[in-house]
Design a protein around this ligand. Structure first.
Ligand code: MN
Ligand code: MN
Length: 467
């Protein structure tokens, strides 16, 4: 006869939290499903290392599923699948729902820019017979991470005649890569006395791009000329064309499984392509929706969401207003009745650096998608802070659909913090909450996520759109 449970045990089961490692909750075949989902995600990461590439790749995948480019005043009906390409750097995908649009839309908003090094507008120079590029870092990086690693160059150059050239060097096995030098330890006595924050300074992030001179005795800067001559041959550009270019240096390596158990993925740019991909894929996998469903993949989050491709811009509001008008509703009313998942990553608990997080409220690997009620720093400064009602609604939605989830916060109260696009969406009068994947080494050139958490985040978006 089975031993009867004590009163305390029964009460514990009834009253105390049941959160557990998803590795214990899921059956083997469900874990395999998570792993399989992540194979396609890794492919997406490898071909979408910049915001422009993420836009191009997601539009390609969406068109394969029947999405068409939206034009203003286009007639719309239930089931239509449309996208709006904002300057090739941000994009909105939508499926028109069967419910009247004035009941509100369901939005997932993620960002597709990641910290990196941008080339300055006059980048090319020669110094002591080496050719180099000057850079200006983009987003919050630890500068010392970016030296002595292989870098690839991605972007676009607009030539004098207005034509454009797409650049992608360093991703193919046979491509060359680029590199920023660091001092050898033997001669780094002085450098080692610097603070970690300026161990490498912004103006020391100079990329080595060539070393052979152009064969000619007459001119100076022969190495620079040789590089310019190669670039002119390959892309038809002249030095001044860099002025109208957006060229970005990103790590040259591909996404890889991490660990003997292959339970994690290491890659550049999980923040925030992991939420961009999961939200976008969740929308693609919806055949029909009741509430009109939108996925916004935004640019410029890492620099504060300013600019016309960032989420402080009016493009999302305009898009919703335009489709509302086509469907005979007022955009303002649609937005006020709408709900939004601000899809962004959160910090995962790191046993090597436990002191920055408060364990009871931190997110852990394999505990599922993180729901973050508020972001901000020191006294919730800059937060949008989802209402208890909205948290309750999302919690109920996830539980009802067996999505494994956890709560999280961005560090101990006085430790620092950070924000997401949630606040800008809340300013438009959406109900918003942050939902995403916990990440280790966030903003490093190689970040790590758990495959189970990635899949649970996909499921969270999927149930949200399927409601
Ligand atoms: Mn982010
Ligand atoms: Mn970030």
């Amino acid at each position: 006869m089975a031993k009867e449970k004590s009163e305390a045990k029964l009460l514990q089961e009834k009253l105390m939290t049941k959160k557990k490692n998803a590795g214990l909750l899921l059956e083997e075949k469900e874990i395999k499903k998570c792993d399989k989902f992540c194979e396609a995600y890794k492919k997406f990461l490898d071909c979408a290392k910049t915001e422009r590439e993420a836009v191009a790749e997601s539009i390609k995948l969406a068109e394969e599923r029947g999405f068409v480019e939206y034009r203003a005043d286009m007639p719309l009906k239930t089931g239509d699948k449309i996208y709006y390409n904002n300057r090739c750097k941000s994009v909105i995908f939508a499926i028109i729902g069967s419910e009247p649009i004035e009941n509100g839309v369901h939005v997932a908003a993620a960002h597709i820019d990641s910290p990196r090094l941008d080339l300055k507008q006059c980048p090319l120079y020669e110094d002591n017979e080496l050719a180099l590029f000057k850079t200006h870092y983009y987003g919050g990086i630890k500068k010392y991470h970016w030296v002595a690693i292989p870098l690839a160059l991605h972007g676009v150059i607009i030539k004098e005649d207005g034509s454009s050239v797409t650049v992608n060097i360093g991703e193919d096995e046979n491509d060359p890569v680029f590199f920023i030098s660091d001092l050898l330890p033997h001669l780094a006595q002085e450098q080692m006395k610097r603070n970690l924050s300026d161990a490498i300074k912004g103006e020391e992030l100079n990329v080595i791009i060539g070393s052979r001179p152009f064969k000619d005795d007459d001119i100076s800067e022969k190495v620079k000329l040789n590089i310019m001559s190669l670039l002119n041959e390959k892309y038809g550009i002249i030095e001044d064309d860099f002025i109208s270019a957006e060229l970005e240096l990103v790590p040259a390596y591909k996404a890889k499984d991490i660990g003997f158990d292959r339970s994690m993925i290491g890659a550049y740019g999980h923040d925030d392509r992991v939420c961009a991909y999961t939200a976008f894929k969740a929308l693609l996998d919806c055949e029909k929706v009741n509430k009109t469903a939108l996925v916004v993949l935004a640019d410029k989050e890492e620099t504060g969401s300013d600019g016309n491709t960032g989420l402080r811009s009016a493009y999302l509001k305009y898009f919703i207003s335009d489709i509302a008008k086509s469907l005979g509703a007022k955009g303002r009313l649609v937005i006020s009745n709408s709900q939004c998942l601000s899809a962004d990553v959160n910090a995962a608990f790191d046993p090597t650096f436990p002191d920055v997080l408060e364990k009871r409220n931190a997110a852990f690997f394999n505990y599922g998608v993180v729901v973050t009620k508020f972001t901000g720093s020191r006294g919730k400064s800059g937060t949008s802070d989802a209402s208890a009602e909205f948290v309750g609604r999302i919690r109920n939605m996830l539980d009802k659909n067996n999505v494994i989830w956890q709560t999280g916060e961005l560090g101990k109260v006085d430790m620092g913090g950070g924000g997401t696009v949630a606040a800008y969406l809340a300013n438009l009068n959406f109900d918003v909450i942050d939902v995403g994947v916990p990440v280790l080494s966030m903003h490093a050139p190689f970040e790590v996520v758990s495959k189970i958490d990635v899949f649970m985040t996909y499921r969270a978006f999927n149930v949200f759109f399927s409601e």
